[in-house]
Design a protein around this ligand. Sequence first.
Ligand code: GAP
Length: 514
Amino acid sequence: MAQQEDVFKKIVSHAKEYGFVFQSSEIYDGLAAVYDYGQNGVELKNNIKRYWWDAMTLLHENIVGIDSAIFMHPTIWKASGHVDAFNDPLIDNRDSKKRYRADVLIEEAIAKIDDKINKEVAKARKRFGEAFDEAMFCETNPRVQEHIKHREALHQRFSDAMNANDLDELKQIIIDEEIVCPISGTRNWTDVRQFNLMFKTEMGSTADGAMTVYLRPETAQGIFVNYLNVQKTGRMRLPFGIAQIGKAFRNEIVARQFIFRMREFEQMEMQFFVRPGEELKWFEFWKQTRLRWHKALGLGDDKYRYHDHEKLAHYANAATDIEFEMPFGFKEVEGIHSRTNFDLSQHEKFSGKKIQYFDPELNESYVPYVIETSIGVDRMFLSVLCSSYEEQQLEGGESRVVLHLPDALAPVKCAVLPLVRKDGLPEKAREIVNDLKFDFATHYDEKDSIGKRYRRQDAIGTPYCITVDHQTLEDNTVTLRHRDSMEQERVAIADLHKIIHGRVSLNSLLRKLS
Ligand code: GAP
């Protein structure tokens, strides 16, 4: 685990060093949990968004996109439940003055018990070798049994407290479990309080009685309140979907793990409106479809798993997360939720407008049910970055850092490199750039040795380096170097476009989905 944390630190500094992600407001010592995307990061991020957008809107003729405003009427957040219930339970340590999420402190305590059980199992496996029976060992070993009982009781007590919204009980669990502040090491805790995660601001001048508005904590509500507009103007028939990509804001209490949990982030959400009673069939469909979208990137099928929710929000009748194996464990990247007709019904109630669909086949009107797919762009970015990063030892004692980015997502698709900065090679290289740049993000680089230039491109994940040498001037061929294998082949300049297009285009990735 410590080794994985080390790798994660290296990935974070690599992201900065190569212009992917910077701390926001860095020259003013930064702003916690807010990040900026640099010259390579923005391209990678845009490619991820394009992949999602095209997979939704081009491959499904019944899905259309919108772009709703970040500011919305404040009653929307009353209707959606965010004003009353979009809270995290927080607790402060009086000595370190640090703030924590009470639920996270308890979850970490549960994870520590899991670690103890796993350690006992690993020790026993080593001792007994081939003959080891894990289930039997766990049932009979007194120490493991004690840990299991402790874990089960704690888990039960914790979920009862969360379900009952019992903040005193959460504090009592923290005291009984002797949980200490990781900074001060003390148990000098305040009471647990609810903390609403929405950012507020004022709209209009205070003289006219300004209105409190919120920065949206999810993009989904912009879709719900436009349901009628899109359905009517697009003459959409059920089932159909509305997709949107945009910023969301949450005043996260504990913001950690780089861009995994941010206060300003981006979501790609799609609400799929269906006939009541058909929602679980569509839930299953979207569960499969979304996992296929992830796996088509080739980051490794074993890096994904579903996490079906046992505890559902009161309005949901099914929910699952797609988790990805980050260096700090399996973590949620996307949520797929069957949200019944909760949101549209709430907006009917609060707006006083009828939000219904007339179903010509059934000859009746109803409020559609909704399946939602919701993925964080930044988490997706992090999963791509982490799984692409590799430090390789090469022959001759050399090493390189390479990002094995999926070709279609790479910020730069090809780099054109004159072998030397004379003899007409730069001019020839420029000619190639001037042709390729209309279709591919193309770099030109003539500085430093060719080896150093290859390393720079490897570090940002450029799939192809095209080297122009003296032979190029004679026969119009170049060497094409492949990022992952470092193999080189001699190809005609005239064939470059076709070869590169075949491997880096989004088109070939999208084709894997249909
Ligand atoms: N409309 C449903 C919704 O917003 P969510 O599970 O709260 O559901 C969906 O968020 C996705 O948004 C998550 O799976 C995650 O990828 C991303 N996300 C949520 N909070 C985030 C944060 N603070 N920082 C970065 N990404 C976040």
